[in-house]
Design a protein around this ligand. Structure first.
Ligand code: PMP
Length: 433
């Protein structure tokens, strides 16, 4: 037995200070609720349809083919076949020469790419501007790096003609955005197309951000994981291609989103060596590299897409076409019930207005739980339909202004969306009967 004095020593805090305040995570609770209650899960963002055959066949070939070295370590900063084809691809997209060894790095999903960016580029006391609503990991990642997140919201301007809102109706106030830049600002995080709204930033909006970055000598972490998922003929514009931006931008991408294979966890960064060299240091000293065999298969996927670039058979042409149809189905189903959808210009997410349902959802006594959280929990338990509350994508200071919305993911099989429609139709009947 330990003496009481030795036992007392064991009770010192074990948690590193950098984790304070970031140990709660929305996904743990909502993924569990969906698993327990949902008949149809439109919550977490991943497709329930298969990855394309050419990709899974490439993986099978890599697995069973003659090259047993694909089961061993590869180059830390990216399997040569993958960084080479990514460099070729992005040369085309950005209209500039790229060195596969210094301008590209492969990461364990876009998630680790983001982690490398913040760890490598943000110091104690630095401010990082985050546009709300935002993919929720940006905030804890900035904090873990010792930085201070500074939030600026996209503000909704509902159309006057009674039409459904579009994600384009959510805009930055230029004066408000400019007021967030200071001598302490080290970086801004841009996510276009944006999760959760589906907003695709216009050239003018990107121009404004770029101008402020150049004026204040600020870096841009540009999360472009949904770059191929853009609808209605809209164009995804890469901020790195705007004047003065290449040298200060890190582009973040994801094979999970690009090839509908989120479980593979292959991501990348593209950018100037002067920034990427520091990301390489973080990567080398944390995960070292991403599974060789997955990188090899993704490389083959990109080789195919490079050959078919812009052609109707290209997956990057076909996938958005299919998803646009799915978006339109879900828009229709939600609108029918009176849950007003905000039509997304990109991504596979859709935000809907739940304010007309306030009287359906019971108040929870002595709870300050926001309405969108209560609604989402009520919906999954009573209707079997899972979604995510929008205020989860806001900072503590602003979340109370955005509690009338929830986010759905429509990267789902036709049968899943039909089942969701059945739930919504029955709900409508119950309401009117
Ligand atoms: N950025 C955004 C905006 C995302 O939505 C996601 C995944 N939901 C990621 C990054 C992470 O991507 P990956 O699965 O490749 O890590």
């Amino acid at each position: 037995f330990l003496s009481p004095s030795l036992q007392a020593k064991m009770s010192r805090p074990v948690q590193a200070r950098r984790l304070e305040g970031i140990d709660k995570n929305i996904w743990v609770e909502f993924v569990k609720l969906a698993a327990t209650y949902s008949k149809v899960n439109l919550g977490q963002g991943f497709p329930d349809f298969p990855a394309p055959d050419f990709l899974t066949e490439a993986l099978t070939r890599a697995l069973g083919g003659g090259n047993h070295m694909l089961h061993q370590y590869t180059r830390a900063f990216g399997h040569p076949a993958l960084v080479k084809v990514l460099a070729q691809f992005f040369e085309k997209l950005l209209g500039r020469d790229l060195d596969p060894m210094t301008n590209v790095m492969v990461t364990v999903g876009a998630y680790q790419a983001l982690f490398c960016c913040f760890q490598a580029l943000v110091d104690e006391g630095d401010e990082v501007i985050i546009i709300e609503p935002f993919f929720d990991c940006y905030e804890p990642m900035v904090k873990m790096a010792g930085g201070t997140p500074v939030f600026v919201p996209l503000r909704p301007n509902p159309p006057k003609d009674g039409k459904l809102m579009s994600s384009a109706d959510w805009q930055l106030d230029p004066a408000e955005l400019a007021s967030k830049f200071s001598a302490r600002t080290k970086a801004i995080v841009l996510n276009s197309p944006n999760n959760p709204l589906g907003k695709v930033f216009s050239r003018e909006e990107l121009g404004l951000i770029a101008e402020l970055c150049v004026k204040h000598d600020v870096l841009c972490i540009s999360d472009e994981v949904y770059e191929w998922l853009v609808y209605d003929g809209k164009q995804h514009i890469r901020i790195a291609s705007l004047q003065g931006m290449w040298d200060r931008t890190v582009i973040v991408g994801s094979a999970g989103k690009t090839f509908s294979a989120t479980g593979w966890k292959v991501g990348w960064v593209v950018g100037p060596d002067r920034l990427l060299q520091h990301l390489r240091t973080v990567h080398q000293n944390s995960v070292y590299h991403c599974a060789t065999i997955a990188q090899e298969a993704v490389a083959q996927g990109f080789q195919r897409e490079l050959m078919l670039y812009g052609k109707p058979e290209s997956y990057f042409v076909q996938l958005p076409k299919e998803l646009q149809q799915k978006r339109d189905w879900l828009v229709q189903s939600l609108d029918d019930l009176g849950m007003k959808p905000i039509i997304p210009e990109g991504t596979y997410f859709l935000v809907a207005d739940i304010s007309p349902f306030k009287s359906d959802v019971p108040e929870v006594p002595n709870s300050d739980e926001p309405y969108d959280y209560r609604f989402t929990k009520w919906m999954v338990k009573n209707k079997g339909l899972a979604a995510i509350p929008l205020s989860a994508f806001y900072s503590e200071a602003h979340k109370n202004n955005y509690t009338n919305f929830i986010r759905f993911c429509f990267a789902k099989e036709e049968a899943t969306l039909k089942a969701a429609n059945d739930i919504l139709q029955k709900w409508k009947q119950d309401k009117t009967s």
